[in-house]
Design a protein around this ligand. Structure first.
Ligand code: UD1
Ligand code: CA
Length: 453
């Protein structure tokens, strides 16, 4: 689209019903603050300028709203005097003369870029005000779209509506697109003689019409326009977001056995032919390549899983875990900031942190990289095709060469060269018949204690 556009995002609300120490738009959905979701949709719709109207936590909200490719200007709305007043707070930005001005709220994280685009296309076709409406079974609390002869003639707020008007189920989402050339003169005509004594943005419908403007209402799905006032609504939004994203992922070729038990982050990347078993949680920053399998009950964050690798069941990949092709991290293993080479295996009950593990190396059950001395982190480097026996403790910093072999139960504190065999444990002693003697002594002691009671 060649038309210029300013997005005005209203986020000055008090968030009272969230009962939170921070603005509601900072609360995350899929690990990204709500304001971030809205800004991303704005960016994806090709809008390059945004005016953020802020109240509490202005600085933090502005920071959370930063999005590549969008020029943001912030405006502080000191007193909340209504949505019309809020938009006018951004007067300076609006007066720069954009072709389109699109108003949205900061707490509608499910809004899709396509909805903004549709509104702008309607402007491009000659409308002056485009209202985005939705149909609902529960219109209570929303502004109702009043239609005469097929034309939107007014939006009536719940508190100002007659009983007859309250029966209308076509509602105002709050999102609106306005002809940028007329926006300011119309916004400035908004008054506050209504039930709440507020400056209603919705009055623009009547004001524009009275001035010969063309007003059009378009529809979007109710679920996409849902806002957030309480923690319960926050959880519902999370559920909707997760459903939508899982569905998209499955359509793009990802298999999920029980999708409703898989939790994705806003930036999770899963390639086609990845299989996700039940009860898997993705924190931010995870990419998984084709052919990898994430087994049940695994938790991944900041990790990369290359093609053909397998994770879990019950594995935890923490930030910086980088699993090579065909590698394996099995049950009850934790990997943090570590490269696991192609085809390497970390199969059971192991902690690998601050480490490099070469291709084809096998890490035995219960191996621990001792990477922390209480003050500093140190690295463990293991070459290719090495074998670390079960229950070994690798005390970092330490380097183990290609093809080296570590005996089970070793505590390795010194470097082990290529192809060397290292024992780091006491030599086993066997005393014939000694067990019998020990047992008899214990039995005698038990009997004597019983008699003396
Ligand atoms: C508004 C609409 C209503 C619509 C509903 C959809 C008006 C008059 N009413 O009602 O038609 O159905 O949204 O949810 O526009 N805000 C500010 N500063 C203000 C006032 C509001 O930043 O002075 C922001 C709020 O943070 C919020 C948004 O604008 O994100 C909507 O404000 P709110 O008071 O919730 O409007 P509603 O009464 O719900
Ligand atoms: Ca509201």
């Amino acid at each position: 689209m060649t038309r210029t556009c300013l997005a005005v995002i209203l986020a000055a609300g008090d968030s009272t019903r969230m009962k939170s120490s921070m603005s509601k738009v900072l609360h995350p959905i899929a690990g990204l603050p709500m304001i971030g979701h809205v800004m991303r949709a704005i960016g994806d719709a090709g809008m390059e300028n945004a005016a953020l109207v802020l109240g509490r936590d202005a600085e933090a909200v502005a920071k959370a709203g930063e999005t590549a490719g969008i020029e943001i200007t912030t405006f502080l709305q000191v007193e909340r005097r209504g949505t019309g007043h809020a938009v006018l707070t951004a007067r300076e930005a609006i007066s720069q003369g954009f072709d389109d001005v699109v108003v949205t709220y900061g707490d509608v994280p499910l809004v899709r870029p396509q909805t903004f685009l549709s509104a702008r296309e309607t402007l491009a076709e000659g409308a002056d005000v485009v209202v985005i409406g939705f149909h609902t079974q529960n219109p209570f609390g929303y502004g109702r779209l009043l239609v005469e002869d097929g034309q939107l003639v007014a939006i009536r707020e719940e508190k100002d509506a007659t009983d007859e008007e309250r029966k209308v189920t076509w509602c105002n989402s709050g999102l609106m697109a306005i002809n940028g050339a007329r926006a300011l003169e119309w916004l400035e005509k908004i008054g506050n003689s209504n039930a709440k004594g507020e400056y209603y943005l919705t009055d623009l419908v009547e004001i524009a019409r009275a001035d010969g403007g063309r007003v059009v209402a378009i529809d979007a799905p109710e679920a996409e326009l849902a806002g957030c006032n309480t923690r319960a609504e926050l959880a519902l939004l999370e559920t909707s977001w997760q459903q939508r994203r899982r569905h998209e992922m499955m359509l793009s070729g990802v298999s999920m056995i029980a999708p409703e038990t898989v939790f994705l982050a806003h930036d999770t990347e899963l390639q086609p032919d990845v299989l996700i078993e039940p009860n898997v949680v993705f924190g931010p920053g995870v990419t998984v390549e084709s052919g990898a399998v994430i087994h049940a009950f695994s938790h991944l964050e900041g990790a990369h899983v290359a093609s053909g690798a397998t994770v879990g069941p019950f594995a935890r990949l923490r930030p910086g875990a980088n699993l090579g092709e065909g590698s394996k991290v099995g049950n009850f293993c934790e990997v943090k900031k570590a490269e696991i080479g192609a085809g390497a295996k970390v199969n059971h009950l192991t902690y690998i942190g601050d480490a490099f593990i070469g291709a084809g190396t096998n890490i035995g059950a219960g191996t621990i990289t001792c990477n922390y001395d209480g003050f500093n982190k140190s690295e463990t480097r293991i070459g290719e095709n090495a074998f670390i026996g079960s229950n070994s403790a690798l005390v970092a910093p330490v380097t183990i060469g290609n093809g080296a072999y570590i005996a089970s139960g070793s505590v390795i504190t010194e470097d082990v060269p290529e192809d060397a065999l290292a024992f780091g444990r006491a030599r086993q002693e066997v005393k014939p018949d000694r067990a019998k003697a020990v047992r008899e002594r214990a039995q005698a002691l038990k009997a004597s204690r019983k008699n003396s009671r």
